[in-house]
Write a protein that binds this ligand. Sequence first.
Ligand SMILES: [Zn+2]
Length: 64
Amino acid sequence: MAKIPILLAEADGNDKWRVWCPFCVKFHHHRSMEGIRAAHCHDNPDSPFRETGYILKRHPREKK
Ligand SMILES: [Zn+2]
């Protein structure tokens, strides 16, 4: 099984978190908790995240 990539999440100003996806070239929004997510790369069939998902970690600059 492929290793699961980690993406750094930041608040999106709307009570959720966002992560920048370099394959879709846009932010994907998720609930505000660290952990594994199914990729939101719905518009990009070539994104490797679709196979692995990704792990959300809070961006260190946003840690309290
Ligand atoms: Zn994506």
